[in-house]
Design a protein around this ligand. Structure first.
Ligand SMILES: Nc1ncnc2c1ncn2[C@@H]1O[C@H](COP(=O)(O)OP(=O)(O)OP(=O)(O)O)[C@@H](O)[C@H]1O
Ligand SMILES: [Mg+2]
Length: 210
């Protein structure tokens, strides 16, 4: 569960203002889509929530806690980027296992296998599990990237246009999946908590901001 609030967020790079006084509140479990033209600051907003960037001004709250001093790992936010961030010389399975193998997680080998198989099934990449990532198509890589973000059940799940390279049928399947109570899969959302799947309109976002 994660409620997210951005209060008066500004971000400047040099003398360029990427974001100016942004206020945003996203409810726990809400499927929220942020739209805007290129350069509007969408990716910057996601990076700020994930803790990869510090705001120039303003505060970010996750479940009411000011996370300004928290690092990315402490925030437990998964971010799927526009660009793939996969280990190209490893197999799909190894890429999916990686987030579960972090020493602090202490996930058992059986549990790791179950989680990876579950995500692979949802994303329809079961047949690719033993293939090296550099032998995949763009859309397949995108699915593996999403898989890597959702396999560890993060507190907040952010996606930066990750569905653009997927075909329409799979995109719809993924959106529908997010409606399932235990669904861990993606939608075209920048912000969503995948652990609570209640009350979403079928395949649509709850709200969107432009
Ligand atoms: N590290 C950086 N250094 C300097 N300028 C940056 C940096 N990151 C982003 N910007 C600038 O901030 C603005 C917002 O960038 P951002 O990547 O958030 O846009 P976006 O809405 O995600 O655009 P797109 O739809 O093209 O992905 C842009 O003008 C961009 O050039
Ligand atoms: Mg962007």
């Amino acid at each position: 569960m994660a409620h997210i609030q951005l209060k008066g967020i500004s971000k400047t790079f040099g003398n360029h203002a990427a974001l100016k006084d942004l206020d945003l509140e996203i409810a726990d479990g809400e499927f929220f889509v942020l739209l805007g033209q290129t350069g509007a600051g969408k990716t910057t907003t996601l990076r700020l929530v994930a803790g990869l960037e510090k705001p120039t001004a303003g505060q970010i709250f996750i479940d009411g806690q000011d996370v300004g001093d928290w690092g990315a790992a402490e925030r437990d936010v998964a971010l799927v980027l526009q660009q793939y961030s996969l280990y190209l010389r490893y197999t799909v399975r190894e890429n999916l296992e990686f987030p579960l193998k972090a020493p602090i997680r202490k996930t058992s080998p059986d549990e790791i296998k179950a989680q990876v198989d579950r995500v692979a099934k949802t994303l329809r990449i079961e047949h690719l599990l033993d293939r090296k990532v550099d032998r995949l198509s763009g859309g397949e890589m995108q699915r593996v990237s999403i898989g890597r973000a959702i396999v560890r059940r993060p507190r907040v799940f952010l996606m930066d246009e990750p569905l653009s390279a997927l075909d329409a049928k799979l995109r719809e399947a993924l959106r529908t999946r997010t409606e399932e109570p235990a669904g861990q899969s993606g939608g075209n959302l920048p912000v969503r908590d995948p652990r609570s799947g209640r009350g979403h309109g079928n395949g649509r976002q709850d709200r969107r901001a432009q």
